[in-house]
Design a protein around this ligand. Structure first.
Ligand code: DAH
Length: 339
């Protein structure tokens, strides 16, 4: 029996030595070492031996097994290394070839402005609110102090879906929604979002654009708080050397109301002002309808046109560029706003 085993061993080792491919090597492993392989089957022969010879024969089978395993392992390493060297020799890498060009997207300039303004106000304790684009007349107009036949409704002619639902004309309805949600508690919010107006599109007008609404309600709000918030925002967006100018204006939902201009230096070196947003102290009727007692609470509000900020900031000559998805335009805003 021992001779058979040692013959098997030599036979296996001899074959391993001769083998030239990994596949053939695997065949040998199966032939000798798998469950039904020649060497493994020798274990079954133990029973045919007298008791005293069994342990030494068992050990011998095991050591033959290990020896053959080791030989296969070494041969495998050798063949794999040889294969690798062969591949390296045949594969010519040309490091001068152009690589593939992967297009990487970037944040849209309008969203960059929104994120920038959000970061600023969140840092000052405001929370960010959202409202639906398909809005109820109640929130868009009535609760903003524009009742059914208010003449100022004409300034915001829009798309009505039926008698009560419309595409919101501004982000101001989120003021009403948030007031009702907060049930008379002080609040500081900003709300970015899309708005719609019936308009003929041209370089400065679009039937759809974006706004950021701001609303703060508390017991001790004065006009000075509003002015401070607006100056902080303008200087954050355009630079710390900027000034703001407030002009009296009219909005049904604020009293007093102002139009806010930001300063800039003209080509001839003199100072000019450009209008960038509307603001004011929240009208008592708006507070009342929102569930706040105007004798106790005051508020300020503002509404910014996001496109207008981006146009001024990035010197863009046509509002329609924002909506065309032309990557030649969009690629110019990669990472520009991470100040
Ligand atoms: N909702 C106004 C508009 O779209 C903008 C605005 C003006 C919002 C004054 C305000 C505000 O909150 O106080 O024209």
């Amino acid at each position: 029996m021992k001779e058979v085993l040692s013959k098997l061993k030599h036979e296996a080792l001899e074959q391993i030595k001769e083998i030239k491919t990994l596949i053939n090597l695997e065949d040998i492993r199966v032939t000798y070492l798998s469950k039904k392989g020649h060497i493994s089957l020798m274990m079954g022969k133990l029973r045919e031996l007298p008791n005293e010879e069994r342990p030494s024969f068992g050990q011998m089978v095991n050591s033959v097994k290990q020896e053959v395993e080791l030989a296969i392992y070494n041969k495998k390493q050798m063949l794999e290394e040889k294969a690798l060297l062969e591949t390296l020799k045949n594969e010519h890498i040309d490091p001068t070839l152009d690589g593939y060009l992967y297009y990487q997207g970037s944040t849209h300039p309008l969203n960059q402005v929104i994120q920038d303004v959000e970061d600023l106000f969140v840092g000052m304790g405001y929370t960010v609110e959202e409202g639906p684009e398909l809005e109820n007349d109640l929130y868009n107009f009535e609760m903003m102090n524009l009742d059914k036949d208010h003449p100022a409704r004409d300034m915001q002619d829009t798309f009505f879906i039926d008698d009560t639902m419309l595409l919101r004309t501004h982000t101001s309805p989120v003021q009403a929604r948030t007031m009702l949600k907060m049930k008379g508690k002080p609040l500081s919010i900003i709300c970015p979002g899309k708005v719609y107006r019936r308009d003929d599109d041209d370089p400065t007008h679009s039937h759809q654009f974006m706004q950021i609404e701001g609303l703060v309600i508390d017991t001790n709000i004065t006009f000075a708080h509003l002015k401070d918030a607006l100056l902080t925002m303008c200087q954050h967006l355009f630079g710390h050397d900027r000034e703001i100018r407030l002009r009296p204006s009219y909005f049904p939902f604020t009293e007093p109301s102002v139009e806010v201009d930001v300063s800039y230096i003209k080509k001839d070196g003199t100072k000019g002002y450009i209008e960038i947003l509307g603001a004011g102290l929240v009208h008592p009727n708006v507070l009342k309808m929102g569930g706040y007692d105007p004798k106790v609470y005051k508020g300020y509000a503002f509404g910014i046109g996001v496109e207008r900020i981006a146009i001024l900031k990035y010197k863009i000559d046509d509002i329609r560029h924002f909506y065309m998805n032309d990557i030649r335009f969009l690629n110019q805003f990669k990472g520009v706003d991470k100040s």
